[in-house]
Design a protein around this ligand. Structure first.
Ligand SMILES: *Cc1c(COP(=O)(O)O)cnc(C)c1O
Length: 437
């Protein structure tokens, strides 16, 4: 009934199934709203990257999971088992990964505003690599490393100057980005020269991240060539050859059936061809290549289930279907009008002839999950499923209106697991002082 992702199907009762399990039964067991994650799919997505990188680059490449896309302990366990590295962007993510037992030497610490306290925390947690955004931060990391008598490994984040008008991405790779040092302005070279002189830092290479939800043809190939050309120039001028080139994340996923399918293996083969050709032409040894996907590892491994509270028809205008969640568990439509595919999960084989906006329960007109949705006309108590919610949903959730965050249930053939339990009112109010006690 849908070709969105092969972990979605409909059973004989007309119930939507996810990872082979009946969503109506799952909702009954765990309540709604409910985040579901398909563990096998997460692992499969990791393996597509790892296998393709191994085939294309031998041992000299690896994938890191950009954990801001989905961060809780169980995810880090899966990443460890799949032999992935990770990206972290905050001490909270570092804490979570470490608490899950993730080997922190395989963690890369990103961010454009790491405070001294963040730097100290990350160093004490044994984070393997700092991805340095700017000169201020470089000095601060050097100072903290000096205090501890350690030689801290770093990469420098550069902006290769790839133009957002050509590439429809959530762009971070262009010259005037808030992230990184631009190659074009000479600032990347300046930062490199300083980094090479710091006594407590070991420059291991360079990083770039051109954007998110990238579908366009040759973005990564172009970024790779620009970065390798820079690496060759630095070798020429400073006698320093980068060991690592991290090309960032950003491959798009299918949120709707009209989105194209990205063949990650093929994409990696194309990037590898560009990297190999550029290294040969520039006469440099090929660095270790890292990719750091977030969305394409977890997005299609996620689904969110809701219960319908009301259906409102405003004749001549529009129809609303209100559900028991909303922007608190998925703020992405409110933030950037992200598209999603919705189903009436308990009546998935009935004709989808009711056009509506699926909205949340928050006191905010912008609390919309999706517009222009076609589903069978729902009744109170019916179930709505929103697909492809594994990335940037749980990790962006809030408790606005003091609505508890839904649990995350990890669907597994060996038996489902509650990876994150439902937030309680007590959890929400736990940090509040009451002045009378
Ligand atoms: C967000 C981010 C990623 C992951 O991007 P996706 O679009 O989720 O693949 C990778 N690297 C950096 C530096 C990022 O900020």
């Amino acid at each position: 009934m849908t070709n969105l992702c092969d972990n979605i199907s409909v059973n004989a009762q007309g119930h939507l199934c996810f990872a082979g399990q009946d969503t109506v039964l799952l909702a009954r067991e765990y309540g709604t709203p409910l985040y579901l994650m398909d563990e096998a799919r997460i692992r499969q997505n990791c393996r597509v990257y790892q296998t393709a990188l191994r085939e294309q680059f031998g041992g000299k490449a690896g994938a890191l999971f950009a954990s801001k896309a989905c961060s809780f302990k169980q995810i880090y366990r899966i990443m460890e088992e799949e032999e992935m590295g990770i990206d972290v962007v905050s001490c909270g993510e570092i804490y979570t990964a470490k608490a899950a037992g993730f080997p922190m030497a395989k963690a890369f610490f990103h961010g454009n505003c790491k405070t001294d306290a963040d730097i100290a925390y990350a160093m004490d947690a044994g984070v393997g690599y700092f991805v340095v955004d700017n000169a201020d931060e470089l000095q601060a990391i050097d100072r903290e490393a000096a205090k501890r008598g350690v030689l801290q490994r770093i990469l420098l984040r550069l902006t290769p100057g790839i133009d957002s008008h050509t590439y429809e991405a959530v762009n971070t790779g262009k010259v005037d980005s808030k992230f990184g040092a631009a190659i074009e302005t000479g600032q990347a070279e300046e930062l490199t020269a300083v980094a090479l002189q710091e006594k407590n830092l070991k420059l291991c290479g360079f990083h770039c991240h051109v954007g998110s939800s990238v579908f366009a043809e040759d973005v990564f190939e172009r970024a790779a060539v620009i970065m390798l050309t820079f690496i060759a120039e630095i070798k020429e001028k400073y006698g320093y050859l980068a060991e690592i080139l991290n090309l960032g994340g950003g491959y798009g996923v299918r949120y709707t059936e009209s989105d194209p399918t990205i063949d990650i293996s093929k994409k990696i083969a194309d990037v590898a061809a560009a990297v190999k050709a550029a290294c040969a032409e520039l006469k440099i040894e090929r660095p270790f290549i890292c990719l750091e996907p977030g969305r394409s590892i977890v997005a299609d491994a996620g689904m969110t289930l809701y219960t319908v509270g009301s259906t409102k028809e405003i004749p001549g205008f529009k129809n609303y279907v209100a559900v028991d969640g909303g922007m608190t568990d998925n703020p992405r439509f409110a933030l950037y009008r992200s598209r999603y595919t919705c189903f009436l999960a308990n009546k998935a084989s009935e004709p989808a002839d009711f056009s509506c906006s699926v909205v949340g329960r928050c006191c905010e007109s912008g609390d919309i999950l999706q517009e222009n949705v076609s589903i069978p006309r729902p009744k109170r108590g019916d179930m709505i499923a929103v697909c492809t919610t594994g990335a940037y949903n749980f990790s962006m959730s809030s408790e606005y209106n003091r609505i508890p965050r839904p649990p995350v249930v990890m669907l597994r053939k060996e038996g489902n697991r509650i990876a994150v339990r439902r937030q309680t009112f007590e959890d929400i109010a736990a940090r509040d002082n009451s002045w009378d006690t």
